[in-house]
Design a protein around this ligand. Structure first.
Ligand code: SAM
Length: 222
């Protein structure tokens, strides 16, 4: 991985963001904090949004999509409990900021990330290239189908709202694997599920999140 030197103004803003996420209980894991420090968010936003890169807010990228809010990224990443060497599937690459954080935590593992907009696939690949994260693969396609070619996955994260978790994704999760997704209509709950030998078990959930919709065959119809 290529370490990027962070300019002082961004470093101050990043420190403030980390303190406020810690104070509000959205950042508790030292490894996730390290990922936030090593994968600076301003490298994943559009130039017009640079001044707001460390606000705890989603920001527009392109194609009417958003880079997720830092507090949501820290919450989902912490719940996923990623271990070195794991194979991870992400649905909804967007800017690839979350992808890069997953890649950092997976270490010797691999991250597959599926995005439906070609423009965002290009943007995501360019952003990842700056860090030389060679354990990531960004794939153009309908993520509601998952990515069966590399399954099963130890962890799956869906970064767009689904009314129910697409069945192909549950099928592509390994036994003892975890999957996290925002589930609901206009407002969603973050839901963390585990696949056990006896079936799918809910581990925890938290309400009042709002994501852009997951489109596609097993998502909202385009
Ligand atoms: N986590 C991303 C980041 O850090 O920039 C933001 C993800 S954004 C909230 C949700 C993404 O899901 C959008 O880029 C959208 O195009 C994508 N998406 C929606 N439906 C999809 C589908 N069926 N397959 C792949 N990507 C999809």
């Amino acid at each position: 991985m290529n370490r990027i030197k962070i300019e002082k103004k961004y470093q101050i803003a990043l420190n403030d963001l980390i303190s406020s996420l810690r104070d509000s209980g959205f950042l508790n894991d030292y490894n996730v904090e390290n990922a936030f420090r090593n994968i600076p968010r301003h490298e994943f936003v559009q130039t017009s949004e640079l001044d707001r890169a460390y606000y705890n807010e989603p920001l527009s990228i392109m194609k009417n999509q958003t880079i997720s809010q830092p507090g949501v990224v820290s919450r989902m990443t912490e719940w996923l409990d990623i271990k070195n060497g794991q194979k991870i599937l992400e649905i909804g690459t967007g800017s690839a900021w979350q992808t890069a954080i997953l890649s950092y935590l997976a270490g010797t593992g691999t991250v597959y990330s599926v995005e439906r907009h070609p423009e965002l696939v290009k943007f995501a690949r360019e952003n990842l290239e700056k860090f030389k994260l060679d354990n990531t693969h960004v794939i153009l396609g309908d993520g509601s189908l998952g990515y069966p070619q590399a399954s099963p996955y130890d962890r799956i994260i869906i970064t767009a709202a689904c009314t129910e978790i697409p069945l192909p994704l549950l099928e592509q999760l390994s036994e003892n694997g975890l999957i996290i997704a925002p589930v609901g209509d206009s407002s969603q709950s973050l839901v963390l599920l585990k696949k056990t030998s006896g079936g799918i078990v809910k581990i925890k959930n938290e309400s009042h999140y709002v994501f852009v919709p997951l489109l596609g065959k097993f998502g909202k119809k385009v």
